[in-house]
Design a protein around this ligand. Structure first.
Ligand code: SAM
Length: 289
């Protein structure tokens, strides 16, 4: 959308900002921050600091706070600017807007009202962690933050137990030990995992190990800084026979042996053949009753 005589065409620009190292910012993002008529930020202080570091003058331009707690109030003002034919750049506190950060309602409202919108991509902790964790990246599932309470956290972990993909979670240093213990208990202690800490910063660190090993490390030592936890995909051995048995029984209540085998093997991430055989056997037993 940008480019007309060096200025920006009207519309909403979602810009990604650094997750630690201030130099991780694209030339295009800097152009947008320099050229937008209105700047909006989840944290206006962070954006001001970033502008200073990169020598981008704010000048007389408005810098509007837009975050989870004032979205309903701030949105009309930003939409008003778009209606007036202005360009609006939005940055969340760090990384990519909308990735466990605000911006979704603003983007949707702008699109629904028919204003042009674009994204200036850049850093995000999820992708940065994937590049360093040493776990497969061909398929991954980003699940954001887990619930704080252990029961709800275990249930949320359990929902993704059979997903054949690397799981990626954002986590706070305070909860890391408890989260890893719950993950080991729910998903199996042998699953490979990685804890990526302080990415792109001075004390960047990646710890790899099984969930049991990592949960021991972070139960003994309180972690610091910002953290991404990655969990390698489960293999069929981590799903117990009992789990498969009860899933197959439940599926057979409403579907054929073939469909039950398809469903359960996909749900639990296990090979279809043994599930099919079990389904045949259970269907036979049920038929005998
Ligand atoms: N929008 C951001 C993004 O694109 O990654 C994420 C915002 S979310 C509120 C903040 C969480 O992201 C942190 O609690 C941490 O889990 C993760 N995170 C952000 N920066 C990080 C870094 N430098 N190293 C490790 N994790 C980071």
């Amino acid at each position: 959308m940008e480019g007309k005589k060096g200025g920006l065409t009207p519309g909403l620009y979602l810009v990604a900002t650094p997750i630690g190292n201030a130099r991780d910012i694209t030339l295009r993002t800097l152009d947008i921050l320099r050229g937008a008529d209105v700047l909006a930020a989840e944290d206006t202080r962070s954006l001001r600091r970033l502008l200073e570091i990169h020598g981008v003058p704010l000048g007389e331009r408005p810098l509007v706070a837009y975050h989870d707690h004032n979205g309903a109030k701030a949105r009309p003002r930003l939409l008003g600017a778009l209606e007036a034919g202005l360009s609006v750049a939005y940055a969340s506190e760090a990384g990519t807007p909308m990735i466990s950060d605000p911006g979704f309602d603003l983007m949707r409202a702008a699109q629904e009202a028919g204003y042009p919108a674009t994204s200036a991509p850049g850093p995000s902790a999820v992708v940065t962690a994937l590049t360093l964790a040493g776990l497969p990246t061909d398929r991954f599932l980003f699940a954001g933050f887990l619930p704080n309470a252990s029961g709800a956290r275990k249930r949320a972990l359990d929902e993704l137990r059979g997903v054949p993909a690397t799981l990626v979670y954002y986590e706070s240093p305070k909860r890391l030990g408890a989260m890893l213990r719950d993950a080991a208990e729910t998903l199996g202690g042998d699953r490979p995992a990685a804890v990526c800490r302080e990415l792109t910063k001075k004390f960047e660190e990646v710890q790899r190990g099984t969930l049991n090993e990592l949960s021991q490390i972070y139960t003994e030592t309180q972690a610091r800084g910002e953290i991404v936890v990655l969990i390698g995909k489960g293999d069929s051995e981590t799903v117990s026979e009992t789990d498969i048995d009860s899933a197959v029984r439940k599926a057979l209540e409403t579907m054929s042996v073939r469909d039950a085998a398809d469903l359960v093997s996909a749900q639990l991430g296990v090979k279809r053949r043994p599930v099919y055989q079990m389904a045949m056997k259970l269907a036979g037993e049920q038929g005998d009753d």
